[in-house]
Design a protein around this ligand. Structure first.
Ligand code: NAD
Length: 378
């Protein structure tokens, strides 16, 4: 019988875990045995005893070498790659464009890596879509963080002592995180304005009560699979000019714009931040990919001209119990695809497996990443 091993996350700031007692039931229904590293759930408030009660074994890190499948949240370190047995199937986020060395080591080690961020955004794979499950949390949490940081009410208040105007929130990027930010911002009573480059985003924003900031373009920048194409410099500079006007009356900005596998587009220059009224807050969810804001630092808060800029790349980890519950379900749904009655059959022709396949059989299977590793493309 094959075993799936869930290691303790080692990356600083990573508080999630790739399985929870509820996802263990789902994993076990595929017939696979589950082993969880002792202490793996501590940040998500899941004790070893909770895993034992759910039917998992609790093991030491060395048990990873005996597992046919390993599921984790963050990419492994080079040492952790060396601890995997050749032929292991690894499920995790890899951020291949930021971690080429790890990808190379995984290929060399003979690990079959299924990268969670490469899972195709198709209906059949919705239950496996960890980018969405985690972005939903980040979008929600970003608004809560902005509301907390701001020394101003979000909603309109009409009282005998006077009327307080609602806060204005600008959301850049209306994907999963951005739309959740719009919905949460509206629920808290803010005026929400949104910019995106995909045509479809206009209607989605309007249906949530947001106002779309139109940047005229001759081209629909919707790319493959509903993702955004990389906008040209001409569009970006027009967008910056129009956004500056809106930012000059905004109290908070949440930036979520990403282009898969590439550095995040620069949407908020220093000059644009300076246009915001003092006391404002920027939460940059794209911080790990270079940030949408020129001033963002992944290491902490930056204060510039009375505006605080916060990195938001770890916001899903700030709600570790719920983020792990959803991520664990994404992992279990993926395992269901290739484990039946405890036996593993990985169908490389399956669209979901083929899309997520990053390394296999000693090679880097994902074309764009392979090009990056060869020093071609960018
Ligand atoms: P993402 O995290 O890749 O990017 C966030 C948003 O930033 C996107 O809406 C993108 O258009 C936008 N963006 C990029 N460059 C920009 C710029 N210069 N200015 C403003 N905005 C910019 O996106 P995501 O949340 O992963 O969602 C991408 C798409 O995938 C959406 O269309 C979403 O509806 C779709 N999706 C489909 C499924 C499914 O079918 N199962 C699941 C999830 C998401």
């Amino acid at each position: 019988m094959a075993t799936i091993f869930i290691p303790q996350e080692r990356v600083a700031g990573e508080r999630r875990v790739a399985a929870t007692p509820s996802s263990i039931g789902k994993l076990q229904r595929t017939g696979i045995d589950v082993a969880v590293q002792s202490g793996a759930g501590a940040h998500a408030r899941i004790a070893d005893d909770d895993y034992l009660a759910a039917g998992a074994q609790v093991a030491e890190a060395s048990a990873m070498a005996d597992a046919a499948v390993v599921a984790r949240v963050a990419p492994p370190s080079l040492d952790e790659v060396a601890a995997l047995a050749p032929g292991t199937i690894l499920l995790c986020f890899v951020a291949p464009h930021r971690n080429p060395e790890v990808v190379g080591a995984l290929a060399e080690r003979g690990v079959t890596t299924l990268a969670m961020e490469l899972v195709p955004r198709i209906s059949r794979a919705q239950s496996i879509d960890a980018l969405s499950s985690q972005a939903n949390i980040s979008g929600y949490r970003a608004v809560i963080a902005a509301a907390y940081e701001l020394d101003k009410y979000f909603p309109l208040f009409m009282t005998a002592a006077g009327t307080i105007k609602p806060a204005t929130l600008v959301v850049l990027g209306a994907g999963v995180a951005g739309l959740q930010a719009v919905a949460t911002g509206r629920r808290l009573g803010a005026v929400v304005k949104v910019s995106d480059i995909r045509e479809a985003a206009k209607q989605e924003v309007a249906s949530l009560g947001g106002t779309f900031i139109d940047v005229p373009s001759d081209e629909d920048l919707t790319g493959e699979g509903g993702y955004a194409k990389e906008a040209g410099e001409d569009f970006l500079s027009r967008q910056r000019r129009i956004l500056t006007e809106h930012l000059s009356t905004a109290h908070a900005a949440i930036t979520t714009a990403q282009i898969p596998g590439r550095p995040a587009p620069l949407l908020l220059t220093t000059e644009m931040v300076e246009a915001m009224p003092p006391g404002g807050v920027v939460i940059d969810l794209a911080a790990a990919d270079g940030g949408n804001c020129e001033l963002t630092e992944t290491t902490g808060v930056v204060e510039h001209h009375g505006i605080r800029i916060l990195p938001g790349h770890e916001l899903a980890s700030a709600m570790p119990a719920e983020a792990s519950a959803m991520y664990g379900n994404n992992i279990a749904a993926f395992v269901e695809l290739f484990v039946t009655e405890g036996a593993i059959t990985l169908d490389l022709d399956d669209e979901v497996v083929a899309g997520a396949l990053l390394t296999h059989d000693g090679e880097v299977a994902h074309t764009r990443t392979a090009e990056l590793l060869r020093g071609e493309g960018r």
